[in-house]
Design a protein around this ligand. Structure first.
Ligand code: NAI
Ligand code: BAL
Length: 502
């Protein structure tokens, strides 16, 4: 039978760690109920070496985890605890993450490839804040009192926890996406069956251990590493899951929604991909615009749902801006996540690496001009250097990599039309020093998030989500509370007598 933990070595930190590799149900790590020998093998994307293997949860394991979550919802969580108690536990979990910030970041870097210091300071730093932000909300989730008439009747609303939530997260921000989903769900009183990505399940398992240590009752958070087509599909189609929250590709998001519609019509929130545009107008601070454009496409090696992969530059500054951009992009060091100099790591997997290269090669064969990159690196690891194409149809397929397509526009109207010419609507950015233009263009851009004179920065108290085929629902901010609550209206008669028959 598969082991429930593995010893891994973080060479760069000179550390050996024992990490859980089983399924986490009712606050315990357990083997699969019916396929104990099915494993998911994990690879370090910087070296292509094996890290360890974790248990692959089955459909039956999902059923068991959902039953545990249902029991907890009905007995020890849900409406059985006060918001104050939920807040205390969320804050305790944040304290434990802070205590283990280095170790979590090391494992995140090992499994995903991203630089250790970025994982520690941004991914985990932001996740700790996210837990504290929703800890603040837990005892402030209130309904309304509504006067129906002045003398005999009133109504009030309760914002009830929606119930058992399936949460399916991707590999690009394993801890951060965990926090975005877990924190509001727990604050609202929901229970959870979490399915991390099969590529990066390690930190979700480590966080599960912290869930137990923080003192959450058994069954409140359950974690089932599993293949998407097994565990993710089972959660989406489950008759006793009340809501599914998903982050990942549009193709899979569609399957999740279809499974929800064909099963119990569970509530669905989807945070999907994008092909996000950035516009640079001639009045912009070009140095700054180039910095933000680089951050937009190169942060997390471009593996970001809001990656600003289409850049449109006003024709009057085009040549100057492109050469500035190329010189800035060259400055980023993409390397092993444990190398202090690395500002970006490898792509997460061989599959992603091959996909990005197919795209780069097809761009070249179609005659696109390569202003930077476009060469494979020798040696091990799924590294792709920053690549900038100019003179290409910028509306190419979604690509999750450090690959930017740059085009030109003459007028504001043309810029808006190019930016909106996509079936996606997640993020968009504009750079201009004309305040009226900023207001006009930000209003016209069809996206859930528009950045003005910056790009890709998010805050836990500001909502995030997509329009068009980039998603449904909002994460973060007070808006996320709507995703995890169900509004009940209670009509109260304290004086009206009904004469019968009518
Ligand atoms: N919006 C975003 O942040 C993300 C977008 N992507 C995009 O998706 C592309 C493919 O990457 P994948 O890892 O294959 O994405 P994916 O959307 O298939 O995977 C995301 C999550 O969904 C799960 N999943 C897979 N099939 C499922 C199913 N039938 N039902 C329920 N859950 C399922 C996976 O196990 C994983 O946990 C990437 O190249 C990128 O373009 C990938 C990850 C994150
Ligand atoms: N950066 C926001 C979340 C995502 O990329 O999936």
């Amino acid at each position: 039978m598969a082991s429930l933990s593995a010893r891994i070595v973080i060479r760069a930190a000179n550390r050996e760690l024992e990490i859980p590799t089983g399924l986490f149900i009712n606050n315990e790590f357990v083997p699969s109920a019916d396929s104990p020998n099915d494993l998911i093998h994990l690879v370090n994307p910087a070296t292509e070496e094996a890290i360890c293997s974790v248990t692959a949860g089955s459909v039956k394991d999902i059923d068991i985890a959902v039953a545990a979550a249902r029991k907890a919802f009905n007995t020890s969580w849900g409406k059985n605890v006060t918001g104050f108690e939920r807040s205390k536990l969320l804050n305790k979990l944040a304290d434990l993450m802070e205590r283990d910030q280095d170790i979590l970041a090391e494992v995140e870097s090992l499994n995903n490839g991203k630089p250790f210091k970025i994982a520690r300071d941004f991914d985990i730093g932001d996740s700790i804040q996210c837990l504290r932000y929703y800890a603040g909300w837990a005892d402030k989730i209130t309904g309304q009192t509504i006067e129906v008439d002045n003398k005999t009747k009133l109504a009030f609303t309760r914002h009830d926890p929606i119930g058992v939530c399936g949460q399916i997260i991707p590999w690009n921000y394993p801890i951060n996406m965990w926090a975005w989903k877990v924190a509001p769900a727990l604050a609202c009183g929901c229970t959870i069956v979490m399915k991390p990505s099969e590529l990066t399940p390690l930190t979700a398992l480590m966080l599960s251990k912290l869930i137990a240590e923080a003192g959450f009752p058994p069954g409140v958070v359950n974690t089932i590493p599993s293949l998407g087509s097994v565990g993710g599909a089972a959660l989406s189609a489950h008759m006793d899951v009340d809501k599914v929250a998903f982050t990942g590709s549009t193709v899979t998001g569609r399957k999740v929604m279809e499974a929800a519609a064909k099963s119990n019509l569970k509530k669905v929130s989807l945070e999907l991909g994008g092909k996000s545009p950035q516009l640079v107008f001639e009045s912009a601070d070009l140095e700054q615009a180039a910095n933000w454009a680089c951050l937009g496409i190169l942060y997390n090696t471009g593996q970001d749902c809001t990656a600003g992969s289409r850049l449109y530059v006003q024709d009057t500054i085009y040549d100057k801006f492109v050469s500035l951009l190329v010189s800035k992009a060259k400055e980023l060091v993409i390397g092993d996540g444990f190398d202090e100099k690395s500002g970006g790591g490898p792509l997460v997997s061989k599959t992603q690496f091959d996909k990005v290269w197919r795209y780069i090669e097809s761009g070249q064969t179609q005659g696109a001009k390569v202003a930077l990159g476009g060469q494979k690196r020798p040696g091990k690891g799924f590294f792709v250097d920053p690549t900038i194409f100019t003179d290409i149809n910028a509306n190419m397929d979604i690509i999750f990599g450090p690959v930017l397509a740059v085009g030109k526009f003459k007028t504001e109207e043309e810029a808006i039309s190019l930016a909106n010419d996509t079936s996606y609507g997640l993020g968009a950015g504009l750079h201009s020093n004309d305040a009226n233009q900023c207001m006009r263009v930000s209003s016209a851009l069809e996206a859930g998030t528009v950045w003005v004179n910056q790009y890709n920065l998010l805050n836990n108290n500001v909502p995030f989500g997509g329009k068009k085929q980039s998603g449904i629902g909002r994460e973060l901010g007070s808006y996320a509370l709507d995703e995890y609550t169900s509004v009940k209206a209670v009509h109260w008669n304290f004086g009206e007598k009904l004469d019968w028959p009518l």
